[in-house]
Design a protein around this ligand. Structure first.
Ligand SMILES: *Cc1c(COP(=O)(O)O)cnc(C)c1O
Length: 339
């Protein structure tokens, strides 16, 4: 491509700006003393099950119950004072909604959250309790991204999407920086994959410190658009997938995220709902921790890859969140038919 065209393209505001390790380090500085430095847990039973040494980065203990707080806070903190004064808008029915509302509250920024009107009452209430102004839409007839863009334009708000944004990606990468700092050398990483904020950020952080580490993204089996996209060499769109991993049921990975995944990620594998339930139960029973189904993706893949691990391999796994509806969670624990 002639360089003049590249130059012209790069003057577009933030268009496909690609975050690097410096951005992840800057995000870590912003999050210092604000985000929890979550614990890294180990378990001999888990090691035996996987045939390797596992290091679990427990973002289920993060503020707001998931790593999403990191990206949301970093993105809002990176805005100009004027932008923060005007407020931000996002769309999400899950952990990103709560994360933006919570981060906005801490930074004194008003937040508008576009949620489907049939979102779980608990999630709507949690978002409102953090100070988010919830705006409902009909997910069968309306497009949330369009509504987000329109509200941003009409009200002068800044859109903070759940994964397709350089500052969100950089913020999500800070969990991996902490994991590497604590575990030191690691050979393999398993990271949950939805739209690719967590995986892209983690890959930037990990590759910068350990050039030869093997980085594996893990998607729900029913929604393997990321796996298809890597294979096809372009972003593949799929119909809305059905999986209990509700934090990772996206129809396509992000445009900022995909080139990073292409360059830095070695493989994308999948986990079935039955494997996720078995893993969720393992965490409850053996490690006494509550991990939501989406948060189990990495561990489920590590347990399923037992034949590929070589004894002393050190494996890093991000447990991405722990926000569960108690009624559903107790069903996962007790209905053995799932496993
Ligand atoms: C959002 C989310 C994911 C997926 O993250 P992406 O950045 O969209 O790939 C995984 N686990 C949990 C708990 C989440 O909330």
């Amino acid at each position: 491509m002639p360089s003049s065209i590249q130059l012209a393209a790069s003057t577009e505001p933030d268009d496909l700006a690609r975050p690097g390790i410096d951005d992840v380090v800057a995000a870590a500085a912003r999050l210092q003393g604000v985000a929890h430095r979550t614990p890294v847990l180990t378990s001999r039973t888990a090691d035996k099950k996987a045939g390797a040494q596992l290091f679990f980065k427990c973002e289920n203990f993060q503020r707001g119950g998931a790593f999403k707080f990191r990206g949301a806070y970093n993105a809002i903190a990176a805005l100009t004072d004027e932008q923060r004064r005007r407020g931000v808008v996002t769309y999400s029915s899950g952990n990103h909604a709560q994360a933006v509302a919570y981060a906005g509250k801490l930074l004194g920024t008003s937040t508008t959250i576009i949620m489907p009107k049939d979102a779980p009452a608990l999630k709507i209430r949690a978002t409102q309790e953090y100070g988010g102004q919830v705006q409902f839409y009909d997910r069968y007839t309306e497009n949330r991204e369009e509504i987000g863009r329109r509200l941003a334009q009409e009200r002068g708000l800044t859109l903070i999407p759940p994964y397709d944004h350089p500052d969100v990606i950089a913020g999500q990468g800070t969990a991996m920086l902490e994991l590497l700092d604590e575990a030191q050398h690691l050979d393999v990483l398993y990271v949950p994959l939805g739209g690719g904020g967590l995986l892209a950020g983690s890959a930037i952080a990990a590759r910068a410190h350990l050039p030869n580490i093997r980085i594996i993204g893990v998607e729900p089996e029913a929604g393997n658009d990321g796996q298809q996209s890597l294979k096809a060499g372009k972003i593949i769109h799929i119909p809305a997938p059905k999986s209990i991993a509700d934090g990772a049921v996206v129809t396509h990975v992000g445009h900022h995220n995909f080139p990073i995944l292409q360059d830095l990620v070695d493989d994308i594998v999948t986990a079935s709902d039955a494997e996720l339930v078995a893993t969720l139960r393992f965490f409850a029973e053996r490690m006494k921790i509550v991990v939501e189904p989406t948060g189990c993706l990495g561990a489920a893949a590590a347990f399923a890859s037992v034949n590929q691990h070589r004894g002393q391999q050190r494996v890093g796994i991000i447990l991405s969140g722990g926000n569960v509806d108690l009624e559903r969670y107790s069903k996962f624990l007790t209905e053995s038919s799932h496993a």
